[in-house]
Design a protein around this ligand. Structure first.
Ligand SMILES: O=C(O)CCC(=O)C(=O)O
Ligand SMILES: [Fe+2]
Length: 213
């Protein structure tokens, strides 16, 4: 099949050793440190920087597949903005190929963080997006904080360059994740970070009502 690399059995063995499931003992959290090689990270950053950044939040963003309405916490068919661009479609395919997600994502939000910027603790919109949410980190290592909603227990993860963190199951619904707006993490200076968050949109109106309860 076009664009599809064949993985050998030995490749899968190597991969499964590197993919950490229930990472940090957070149920459902998956972490794969070397999802994108350094050369792929450079190409990805160069490619996405050729696209237009939107400045409607504190941080700059790009939306692909479907535009997401942060205020209404909503996605519907009218927000479709076309298929993922080729560089993003390739990464979405790799997410499936490596077994990090089971369904091919159709929505991508790219976030840019400058030192001092972060993202408030949140659970990604439940009725808008399906279970698996995959975040790829580029540019600069930032610390992400996860907190269990029922207990307040927190865990910290350094999002390494080229890494992929996947929220599924409990980590997706019972934990919040966020990045503190600061200049350093434990003495390590932050630089410009860019993340790519891949999701699969829920479009069925009946599902939406059921989920909304
Ligand atoms: O920047 C990140 O890695 C996380 C982004 C995020 O949590 C989101 O867009 O919902
Ligand atoms: Fe999120």
């Amino acid at each position: 099949m076009k664009n599809k690399q064949l993985l050998l059995f030995s490749d899968y063995d190597k991969l499964s050793n590197q993919i950490h499931r229930n990472y940090l003992n957070v149920p459902g959290l998956i972490y794969y440190e070397s999802f994108l090689a350094p050369s792929e990270q450079i190409i990805c950053l160069e490619t996405l920087d050729c696209h237009t950044w939107l400045g409607d939040l504190k941080r700059r963003v790009q939306h692909y597949g479907y535009r997401y309405d942060y205020k209404a916490r909503r996605v519907d068919p009218s927000m479709y903005v076309g298929p993922l661009p080729p560089f993003a479609a390739k990464i979405a395919e790799k997410l499936v190929l490596t077994g990090l997600v089971s369904k091919k994502p159709d929505q991508l939000i790219i976030n840019e963080y400058r030192p001092g910027q972060g993202i408030a603790p949140h659970v990604d919109c439940e009725p808008c997006f399906q279970d698996e949410i995959a975040t790829i980190s580029l540019g600069s290592v930032y610390e992400m904080e996860l907190s269990e909603i029922s207990t307040g227990i927190t865990k910290k993860v350094d999002l390494e360059l080229g890494s992929c963190l996947v929220f599924t199951g409990c980590s997706r619904y019972a934990w919040k994740h966020g990045i503190r707006p600061r200049l350093t993490d434990r003495g390590r200076k932050r630089a410009r970070r860019v993340s790519l968050t891949f999701r699969k949109v829920i479009l069925d109106e009946r599902n939406r009502k059921e989920v909304d309860g």
